[in-house]
Design a protein around this ligand. Sequence first.
Ligand code: TRP
Length: 445
Amino acid sequence: METREQFATKLGFILAAVGSAVGLGNIWRFSYVAGESGGATFLLIYVICIFLIGLPVLLAEFSIGRRGQSDVVGSFNNIAPGKPWVIAGILGVLTSFLILSFYGVIAGWVLYYFFSFVTGQAGGIEQEGYGEFFEAFIGGGLSPVIWQFIFMALVLGIVFFGVKKGIELSNKVFMPLLALILIFLAGYSLTLDGAGEGLAFLFSPDWTAFGDFNVWSAAIGQAFFTLSLGMGAMITYSSYLSKQAKLPSAAGGVVALDTLFAIVAGIVIFPAVFTFASVEPGDGPGLIFIALPEVFNLMGGGGVIFGIFFFFLVAIAALSSAISLLEVSVSYVMRQLNWNRRKATLLAGVAVTLFGVPSALSQGGPIPFDFLDLVDTVTDQYTLPLGGFIIALFVGWGWNKVDVLKETGLTDTTIGLIWIWFLRIIAPVGILLILIQNVISAITG
Ligand code: TRP
């Protein structure tokens, strides 16, 4: 048997896992979902979901991958041969495919903005004019598809040549730069006229909305999405991890960094949203594409430079996340069909790109039915939480407790015990309640 590719160092793995987690979810999706779901109440519930459900399930995925030493499906089969838990793996391959299909579309928008700032097209637009700029682009015939293809070509190229080379370096350099630019922009946003209102929106919860199931449902979907959970991206990555690395600290680091990125992004965006009359928090998936360029515009000449760097770095963050999504299908196809990496990448990559085309064309373009929203809803409200549910039950009940704790290095520790009980009761019950609620509200409309 060939030896499995491995990350060179533990830091390399953490960076890859952070690279998978930090992406459009933290910036694009976090801000538009928080904006639609009431801001601070959403943020609070989201943080609760991250710690009660996200962190335990993330550690569960890490242990499955490292112990299973295979792709999502293979890892379950190796640990629990012949048992039905592997359903989570199959569901994961399907989900990664669905998510990547629209992820490539949004990342294409980011690339288009980057390019428009480079060429100067996005500079010097009159104030409050970016709503129109955005709509002209997404409704403008084939161009969203072209940018989606450009982005997906980059993803394919990197996965084609192997995980390790492709991501360790880029994450080491570009992720810190993205953090820096976000922190700087947050400082700038705090000087805007809408800063007070923006911060209140993000940080002062409306307690009457705390019991609103829709907010919980949005928050749990966002928690899974942003941590790359519930479909085996983290299982696949940790299968490339050496036996020495410590899993709990890696999981804690990923969760902390990912959450910080989202909160800082919120501090950048919401003051801007409340500064410009043309933008509303509930503007949906276009939110950052309408609000942020207004900020760059307001900065004067230097704003163009910020526009270029910002959209470049977000595109890179999206790239490392998209790679992790594609890697799930690729590693599965490689083993299942016994294909080599290149053939598997081409097949899975081209299929997922084509499947994303209707999403690209349904955002004001020729397709009137919002395909992107449908695929996003199916994954975030159903398949990701369901995958997380099965993973929690598997590690909590299905897999021998002594083995589990040994794999994570938590034998005879209080933390280990708490973690197991979170996986046994709290995470599955929480997820189940929301899944049931989602089904009910889908049926009753
Ligand atoms: N977490 C990434 C983001 O926030 C997206 C992502 C990568 C993802 N891999 C995933 C989402 C697996 C769900 C499942 O942009």
